[in-house]
Design a binder for this molecule. Structure first.
Ligand SMILES: *Cc1c(COP(=O)(O)O)cnc(C)c1O
Length: 397
């Protein structure tokens, strides 16, 4: 990507197929290059590819790494995240697993933000602990992490904004702390997906993105990416990725490539819609707190203004109603699908299980009901009308 070119422009031109030498023609959209293996014209070509690979290059000698379609999507992730190498994996969760497993060894200690995506704890409980790797969850501040630091600490694992409550972290301060203690800073950047937030530019070593969300953008694929800027770390991820055998279908890489071209438009629209929903919700007497860093009254709004370049359609809000009414409210919604995930074209609602936020220091064992919305690309007045109608209906038992 040329230095002067905007990311939005790059996304429209990424991965263009080469012109056919005979006809001088090329398709506008790169085909999905499906293959399980690669053939070489001569042994010399194979040797050259193998040499490049062992030096940490992107040359492909076997199908698992994928060819042009995968490569184009890797280039997109590098551009989005300001990284040097990107590795594709079959889900966002696989990206978290790959990032962590690439840099920890038996006896190591991991410091993790207590606001991280819930299934990180599943990885810890079901895999890391069996490998003799301990994890401590902390309030995501330098003070709390410093207090929990041990001589065995190797990794600082964070997510900004955090899952469910969208709490912005002071990434530059955490990066300085990680550097001072020789820790590898891994950041889950699914929220920003490179457009609204860039952990690597703010000092993180590794960024993890669930392409399932805004990159794919159409709720029709699962995909993850791990992006690194430093060659030594990228080489470790490459080796671990190869050993674990992660592989992504060319068709899924193709769908992600197709989806990401409109990500700037989608994210801008959904972010604008979400702000209007915040404005409407702020008028309801039963709404206690709105969690959305772009919202002017969010506790982390200033940090968001300083470090982020945009927002998205994710917002949570707490309500002083009982859980029976909250259930009636959710059931009465017609434009919001009841379901997990986010980042697609459609609006979604989740009645957040209190256990999922009980361990987030920011939640503070509040008794209120917590709802999470993903605001989609519907007309926002229709969405607000649906919320208002369902909320008044929920009064009736
Ligand atoms: C959804 C999500 C993931 C996991 O992505 P999958 O593709 O569903 O495995 C990871 N991190 C965050 C913050 C997410 O929201």
């Amino acid at each position: 990507m040329s230095a002067k070119q905007h990311l939005h422009t790059f996304l429209q031109h990424a991965g263009q197929a080469d012109f056919d030498e005979r006809t001088g023609a090329a398709p506008v959209a790169l085909p999905s290059m499906r293959t399980s293996t690669v053939r070489f014209k001569t042994l010399d070509h194979l040797d050259q590819a193998a040499t490049d690979r062992s030096a940490g290059g992107r040359s492909v000698v076997y199908g698992r790494a994928g060819m042009d379609t995968h490569r184009a999507l890797e280039d997109v992730f590098c551009a989005l995240e300001a990284g040097e190498r990107a590795f594709l994996v079959p889900s966002g969760m696989a990206a978290i697993t790959l990032a962590v497993m690439s840099v920890v060894s038996q006896g190591d200690h991991v410091l993790a933000a207590d606001c991280a995506y819930g299934p990180v704890r599943t990885l810890d409980q079901n895999v890391l602990q069996r490998m003799g790797i301990q994890t401590t969850y902390c309030e995501p501040t330098v003070e709390a992490f410093s207090a929990a630091l041990t001589p065995a600490t190797k990794v600082l694992y964070v997510e900004s904004p955090g899952s469910l409550l969208m709490q912005m972290l002071d990434m530059p301060a955490l990066a300085a702390f990680a550097k001072a203690h020789d820790l590898i800073l891994i950041a889950d950047n699914t929220w920003g997906s490179g457009l609204s937030y860039q952990p690597l530019s703010l000092g993180a070593d590794v960024s993890v993105v669930a392409g399932t969300k805004y990159v794919g953008g159409h709720s029709d694929l699962m995909l993850g990416a791990v992006i690194a800027k430093d060659k030594a770390i990228a080489d470790k991820i490459d080796a671990c990725n190869y050993a674990l055998g992660f592989s992504v279908s060319a068709d899924d890489a193709w769908l992600a490539l197709r989806g990401v071209r409109t990500m700037p438009l989608r994210m801008r629209e959904t972010a604008a819609n979400a702000l209007k929903v915040c404005e409407a919700l702020s008028q309801w007497p039963e709404v206690k707190t709105i969690y959305h860093p772009a919202w002017k009254e969010d506790a982390y709004h200033e940090l968001w203004q300083r470090d982020a370049t945009g927002s998205n359609g994710m917002l949570s809000f707490s309500l002083t109603i009982d859980s029976a009414r909250a259930r009636r409210f959710v059931n009465a919604l017609t434009l919001f699908g009841i379901g997990f995930s986010w980042g697609g074209f459609e609006s979604l609602v989740q009645l957040v299980d209190k256990n999922s936020v009980a361990s987030h220091s920011y939640w503070g064992h509040d008794n209120a009901v917590l709802l999470r919305l993903h605001i989609g690309l519907e007309n926002v007045d229709d969405l607000i009308a649906d919320l208002t109608r369902a909320f008044s209906l929920s009064l009736q038992k």
